[in-house]
Design a protein around this ligand. Structure first.
Ligand SMILES: Cc1ncc(COP(=O)(O)O)c(C=O)c1O
Length: 344
């Protein structure tokens, strides 16, 4: 791939900026397994404050943060309730089942959002024959929903129903930062109806590695033990935490640019013969669209010849994600390549 490739496969592909490298280089370091990693401790405190939770734990990935939430809220044999496209049940190698011992009931919907009635339908009666319904998961923004944002009142309503039925509430907030910038609703307000929140620094925020789980102090203490058990305890991880702190301090507001770029790309796709898109679903930095020819992998391959990378996620579906390393010029190049390749 040429060095000027426009890579829109995911917002995880970003490289640390020079300023982020500087922040990593100058971070005070310790040993997090021995409990004296000052930069990790600072990040955890900063995040807990931002989400208005008692404590937070730095972990290598969103997958581990979600797994820790499943493990801490559920016993083996318990069931989680989650959208059918939820990351936890589709893209995390079934860790929720293999390691936390949970089963799942999934709620169908086109955009990743659902209503209290949808949850109520999936909660099992308390009966010795059934799995125990134990945890509700909401993903905000919803990845497979198309980067859609949950309205705050809808999140409150589903959480209230879950609470009434004795379910724990977990927010997969891998892209919570995008929801915040798209709406102005603070991360703490989004986090409020949930017991735990997982979030990522390695997506739109542009850090190379790192996620976190935030929640009540006693639960986070247990998650700390499970993180160790999973091999997720790291030593001078302040290097990575420094990148995350830098991202929170400098890369939050700029997510608005990613959203504007996604909108520009989506509108151009709507006007490109051979491609179709639901513009209403483009709320943040994710752009799903369809290829009328029915051969999305072929379009992906053609785009690669033009140094543009967009993922085919099925026979007709493609996904482009905007981010820190794709500026307006890159988006213009992607649009030009799409017009050329979709017509060919
Ligand atoms: C909604 C959502 N949750 C969790 C994850 C997992 O994050 P990681 O790749 O850091 O394990 C992702 C990754 O893309 C995601 O989109």
């Amino acid at each position: 791939m040429p060095h000027d490739t426009v890579d829109l496969r995911s917002d995880t592909v970003t490289r640390p900026t020079a300023a982020m490298h500087d922040a990593m280089r100058s971070a005070p370091l310790g040993d997090d397994v021995l409990g004296d990693e000052p930069t990790v401790l600072a990040l955890q405190e900063k995040l807990a404050t931002m989400l208005a939770k008692e404590a937070a734990l730095f972990v290598p990935s969103g997958t581990m943060a979600n797994l820790l939430a499943c493990r801490c809220h559920c016993e083996p044999g318990d069931e989680i309730i989650i959208h059918e496209g939820g990351h936890i049940i589709n893209y995390e190698t079934s860790a929720f089942a293999a390691i936390a011992g949970c089963s799942a009931r999934s709620i169908p919907s086109a955009d990743g959002r659902f209503e209290p009635d949808d949850i109520a339908k999936h909660i099992r009666a308390r009966n010795c024959h059934f799995a125990r319904s134990r945890m509700l998961v909401v993903e905000n923004t919803s990845n497979t929903g198309g980067g859609t944002v949950w309205p705050l009142d809808q999140a409150h309503r589903v959480c209230e129903t879950a609470r009434e039925h004795g379910l724990a509430r977990h927010l997969d907030g891998a892209r919570l930062w995008n929801a915040y910038i798209a709406t102005g609703t603070s991360p703490a307000d989004y986090a409020q109806p949930f017991d735990t929140v997982s979030t990522c620094f390695s997506k739109g925020l542009g850090a190379p590695v790192g996620s976190a789980l935030a929640g009540p102090k006693d639960l986070i203490e247990r998650a700390h033990r499970y993180r160790k058990m999973l091999g997720g305890a790291m030593r001078q991880s302040g290097l990575l935490a420094a990148a995350a702190i830098h991202a929170l301090d400098h890369h939050l507001d700029r997510l608005a640019k990613d959203h504007a770029n996604a909108r520009t790309l989506a509108k151009a796709i709507a006007e490109t013969p051979g491609l179709t898109i639901d513009l209403d679903r483009v709320e943040t930095n994710i752009v799903y669209f369809n290829v009328e020819s029915g051969d999305a992998p072929a379009l992906q391959a053609k785009l690669e010849q033009h140094a543009v990378r967009i993922l085919a996620l099925g026979p007709t579906t493609m996904r482009a994600v905007t981010h820190l390393d794709a500026d307006q010029t890159g988006i213009a190049r992607a649009i030009k390549a799409l017009r050329t390749c979709a017509a060919a």
